[in-house]
Design a protein around this ligand. Structure first.
Ligand code: NAP
Ligand code: F7E
Length: 351
């Protein structure tokens, strides 16, 4: 079997490739877009695997997507490529829509024309639920996006349904809640925090001053899981008898503040919160400042530039149907996730 995976240099694309290489005998064609300075760090474990091949393609370029499907004749097409950063989607609404929504139609069209039996995965998002109507959110929750990113994913979802019903394609649009890990991009809040904790603990251990981690809205609540658990759920969604969309989530929600507390606790720092709104700060307790003989004490402060024009305040998923009907079971808890990310960033810290 031949599998095309877009977004191969990103978090989920790389985890999906590792999962398939480990659990099947299929060949993978990993799609990267042309870049003057590509970063292969997430693919280090499989770049030289004989069952893996890197190919060029861009979701905004119909010719490249069409040629890939025509020439490779894939059995599966897993589309993880996207402008995936919500915060940036207000600054680049058209590029976001072209990549995330029109890009999905380009994939579906190429499959319809050249390989109708190819199974297609579309990377849907809990951001489609936006200003949520009820909790927990299930697959029937209304689509109410709050960002150009959420709107682009909602559009992709409609087109997957249209192509499935019009042409009988095996196409699924999984609704995935936030998922993280050691391959997570550094601008997303979890990785920004764990990299920040690693930088600060190295400074403290070396008796050097440090700058605080600057963040935006700490009250937002997210349903966080590990990406390695989710690629298993995606593969199960692609291998049902008939295509059906599912939610993948941890079924728990936590504030950004809780994530921060857990992350500092991994390095034995029990910070003290004080102030409100844009004046809120997390500080080192005095005994640690004295013990380590350092001048800096502010661990986290607010920078309003990280606030969004519109926020998704609460996400909490209901993935029970996926657990019951697909037999999917996540293995990594919220505490394990935070610990893994912090320990990885502390161990791999470079100045
Ligand atoms: P990611 O780490 O940002 O990876 C996205 C990848 O897409 C990057 O490698 C990027 O390439 C590539 N890409 C961007 N524009 C492209 C284009 N025009 N043509 C081809 N490739 C392009 O994202 P992720 O966390 O792995 O997420 C995977 C997918 O799941 C995305 O569709 C995302 O929107 C969706 N999703 C993610 C989450 C989550 O919490 N992680 C939740 C729900 C849905 P470069 O490396 O060149 O930038
Ligand atoms: O923000 C708040 C921010 O950028 C999470 C993507 O994978 O999941 C992800 O989207 C929350 C938001 O992820 C900072 O306002 C506070 O409330 O890590 P994030 P996201 O927007 O939830 C969904 C499901 C996807 O589909 C997306 O592809 O954290 N927050 N301070 C901050 N966020 C960031 N990035 N940076 C901050 O400084």
């Amino acid at each position: 079997m031949k599998i095309i995976i877009t977004g191969i240099l990103g978090q989920d694309g790389a985890n999906m490739a590792e999962y398939i290489l480990k659990n099947t005998q299929h060949d993978i064609f990993g799609v990267m877009r042309r870049s003057s300075n590509p970063n292969f760090i997430n693919c280090a474990n499989f770049l030289t695997n004989p069952r893996f091949k890197l190919v060029y393609g861009d979701l905004t370029d119909s010719v490249s997507i069409d040629s890939l499907v025509r020439d490779i004749q894939p059995d599966y097409f897993i589309n993880f490529g996207a402008q995936s950063f919500v915060g940036c989607s207000w600054e680049m609404p058209l590029q976001t829509f072209d990549t995330n929504a029109t890009g999905v139609v380009r994939c579906l069209e190429a499959i319809r024309k050249h390989k109708k039996t190819c199974r297609f995965y579309s990377a849907g998002s809990s951001e489609e639920f936006g200003d949520v109507a009820y909790s927990p959110q299930d697959i029937l929750h209304p689509i109410k996006p709050r960002s150009p990113y959420g709107a682009s994913k909602a559009s992709a979802r409609h087109n997957v349904k249209v192509y499935r019903e019009s042409y009988g394609l095996y196409a699924v649009h999984g609704i995935l809640f936030n998922h993280e890990g050691t391959k997570r991009g550094e601008e997303f809040v979890t990785r920004k925090i764990t990299k920040g904790v690693a930088r600060i603990i190295h400074s403290i251990r070396n008796k050097k001053s440090f700058a605080p981690i600057e963040l935006g809205n700490l009250d937002a609540k997210r349903d966080w899981s590990d990406s390695e658990d989710f690629v298993d759920g995606v593969w199960k969604m692609l291998n049902q008898e008939k295509p059906k969309d599912y939610v993948l989530s941890s079924n728990e929600t936590h504030t950004i503040r809780e994530f921060i507390n857990k992350a500092f606790a991994v390095v034995n720092i029990d910070g003290i919160w004080h102030g409100n709104g844009i004046n809120e700060e997390l500080s080192l307790p005095n005994y640690l400042v004295e013990e380590h003989d350092i001048y800096s004490s502010v661990l986290v402060k607010i920078n309003p530039k990280f606030y969004r024009p519109a926020e998704v305040d609460l996400l909490l998923g209901d993935s029970n149907p996926a657990r019951q009907e697909l037999g999917w079971q996540p293995k990594i808890s919220f505490d394990n996730l935070v610990e893994r990310m912090v320990k990885y960033d502390v161990d791999n810290f470079k100045i």
